[in-house]
Design a protein around this ligand. Structure first.
Ligand code: ADP
Ligand code: MG
Length: 335
């Protein structure tokens, strides 16, 4: 008879990493979200070989105290959640205390950080467990080298360098779209790729989706009770791209949600012909108590308490933004 035993921590973390670290882009997402939770005003992402060789994220946030560096990479260690009530109204990007532990279990991770008010920085090497003084002006640098070096089976699932790079860039764009007040820089193989100055939401949209998108789209702006929706949706006559940018954000988090997709599709139903897809970037903010983000470790799915109400709100707001097209279409049909 096989005996039951508890798995060693390292193995538990590697199993959990399957859900959190799908590819290098997951490191970009998790580390940049951590930087934002630390109050960063500027975030720099450095990639090598599509992020497989290296993902490095530097921020100017509040840093991590020396005594907490080793704790940060432990499973279920977080500074963002204290009680069960906190779980009901999550205001930070992270809260599960899983990402760093998962990441540390599948790459060579080091954290260099200078906590606010500390005399100098400290560098923690998660592989050796060594802690040593280091030089860093402020904030935190998290360096992840050689993803899956210790799990060859998972390394085989990585795609080409250019594909992995594209996913990394997309992960950064998603975060950057929802945080226009923060500066972002991205470099790949020592070449600077993206440089985003802090600005207004419109400026950030223009920088990432292009001036043409701004010219060819309508502003969406609506508020109802605890919900607010803003962003831009493409004018139906310009919905001609085969794979247009489509971004839904809920409380600053990029999400994929069937109900939201459906509401948008319905808003375009009578103004968009054939199988054409609309380009859009929409930001929904809602009382955190009315939406559950704790559905999956990657937090890309959400659950709304009253999804019918959200559906109607979104449908109505986008319809109104598109109204001039509908009137034009009706006029055309009448003649
Ligand atoms: P979570 O974000 O869910 O709390 P993580 O494993 O991503 O879990 O991070 C663990 C903890 O490490 C965080 O709660 C935070 O206190 C600290 N931390 C991680 N990254 C940073 C950073 N860039 N700046 C400051 N603190 C950080
Ligand atoms: Mg986190």
């Amino acid at each position: 008879m096989p005996r039951i035993h508890l798995l060693p921590d390292a193995l538990i973390n590697q199993i959990a990493a399957g859900e959190v670290v799908e590819r290098p882009a997951s490191l970009v997402k998790e580390l940049v979200e951590n930087a934002l939770d630390a109050g960063a005003r500027a975030v720099a992402v450095t990639l090598e070989q599509g992020g497989v060789r290296r993902v490095r994220v530097q921020d100017d946030g509040h840093g991590i105290a020396r005594e907490e560096l080793a704790l940060a990479v432990m499973r279920h260690a977080t500074s963002k959640l204290h009680t069960a009530e906190d779980l009901e109204r999550i205001a930070t990007m992270g809260f599960r205390g899983e990402a760093l532990a998962a990441i540390a279990s599948v790459c060579r991770l080091t954290i260099t950080s200078r906590a606010q008010g500390s005399e100098h920085a400290w560098r923690f090497d998660a592989v050796s467990g060594e802690l040593a003084p280091a030089a860093l002006e402020s904030g935190t640098v998290i360096d992840c080298a050689d993803l899956y070096y210790n799990t060859p089976a998972r390394r085989k699932f990585l795609k080409s360098e250019s594909t992995e790079y594209a996913h990394c860039e997309e992960a950064l764009r998603r975060v950057a779209l929802s945080r226009p007040e923060v500066a972002f820089a991205l470099s790949h193989n020592a070449r600077s790729v993206l440089h985003l100055k802090p600005g207004t939401p419109e400026e950030r949209l223009a920088a990432l989706l292009g001036e043409t998108f701004i010219e060819r789209s309508r502003a969406v702006e609506a508020e109802a009770g605890p919900a607010r929706l803003f962003g831009r949706v493409i004018e139906p006559r310009h919905a001609d791209q085969s794979r247009p940018p489509q971004y839904w954000f809920v409380n600053g988090r990029f999400v994929r949600d069937r109900m939201l997709t459906q509401a948008l599709r319905q808003a375009y139903a009578d103004v968009l012909h054939g199988s054409r897809q609309p380009a859009f970037a929409l930001f929904l903010t809602i009382d955190p108590a009315l939406v559950d983000v704790n559905v999956h470790p990657a937090k890309i799915e959400v659950r709304f308490r009253d999804s019918q109400a959200v559906f109607r709100f979104v449908l109505d707001a986008v319809r109104r933004a598109l109204a001039p097209s509908r009137i034009a279409l009706e006029a055309l049909e009448e003649t």
